[in-house]
Write a protein that binds this ligand. Structure first.
Ligand SMILES: [Zn+2]
Length: 272
């Protein structure tokens, strides 16, 4: 990797990270030595839908899984300490900020996240939106559901949508996209405001990285998050593409800036 002008020293304008306007020193979670995860094996297989599972059911299952993962971490910052305070409180986090460029929401993060939690669990518990048991994905009791082409199962001219035959509502995809966007905001808050205290201090940073990288891989693969929506966490996504967490061929990998990721690895003296 040679710089075009061949000179060493500051390469200001050529730094692929400069577009992110990151605080210096860089947040610890952008240090390649701390961006590791614990999942062994292939992430792609984890987020791939088994052929016999209907797409809407699979999506519902993913929403519930990732919601559960995320809330294990939120519980840590929302649980009362001995002095009756929570780690995330209006004093530590007066706004729901995520990153330097982001417009913060004028609400303490604690309240914002609590409202979001209520909203998401309200959706998941609503059987008119999540009609199937999303905890266990049914592996196709009725083979005709997955094997017959759509055209044979619906009347011509009648409106069809993903999951219609299993009772999912017409706006199911939009609801899931909103849930994923909200969950992404919460993850961004965990990284930007709480990565060191408490997660790193509790030795939970690898778990956090595992859950979040899996979340990103799934959200991108299922088109639940658009590339421009990843912005507050883009440098970490770049890093995960460069260090092999996101395999080539995955959408998350395609959305990453490889050069920025390599630069972060270089800064931490880490090789892929
Ligand atoms: Zn907070």
């Amino acid at each position: 990797m040679s710089e075009s002008n061949g000179s060493s020293g500051s390469n200001g304008g050529d730094d692929p990270l400069s577009v992110y306007h990151l605080p210096r020193p860089l947040p610890l979670w952008l240090n390649a030595s701390y961006a590791k995860h614990i999942v062994k094996g292939n992430f792609m297989t984890l987020s791939a839908r088994p052929k016999t599972v209907e797409p809407a059911e699979w999506l519902a299952h993913q929403v519930v899984e990732h919601y559960r993962n995320l809330w294990n971490f939120v519980r840590v910052i929302h649980e009362k300490e001995e002095d009756g305070r929570t780690i995330c409180n209006p004093g530590t986090c007066p706004r729901m900020s995520a990153g330097a460029k982001r417009e913060p929401v004028e609400l303490p993060a604690y309240e914002y996240i609590t409202l979001m939690q209520r909203w998401i669990s309200g959706k998941i518990d609503d059987t008119s939106i999540f009609p199937t048991d999303a905890n266990g994905v049914s592996y196709s009791h009725n083979p005709s559901v997955t094997n017959s082409p759509l055209s044979q199962l619906t009347n011509p001219g009648e409106k069809d949508w993903v999951g219609k035959r299993s009772g999912f509502p017409e706006n199911f995809i939009e609801v899931c996209q909103t849930i994923f966007r909200q969950m992404f905001r919460v993850y961004a808050h965990l990284y930007w405001a709480h990565f060191i205290e408490p997660f790193y201090h509790l030795n939970l940073e690898k778990q956090l990285n595992s859950c979040f990288s899996h979340f990103i891989l799934t959200a991108c693969a299922l088109d639940m998050l658009k590339p421009q929506e990843l912005e507050p966490m883009q440098p970490l996504i770049d890093l995960w593409a460069a260090n092999g967490t996101f395999p080539p061929g995955s959408k998350a990998y395609d959305y990453a800036n490889q050069r920025a990721g390599e630069r972060l690895m270089q800064l931490a003296n880490v090789t892929a």
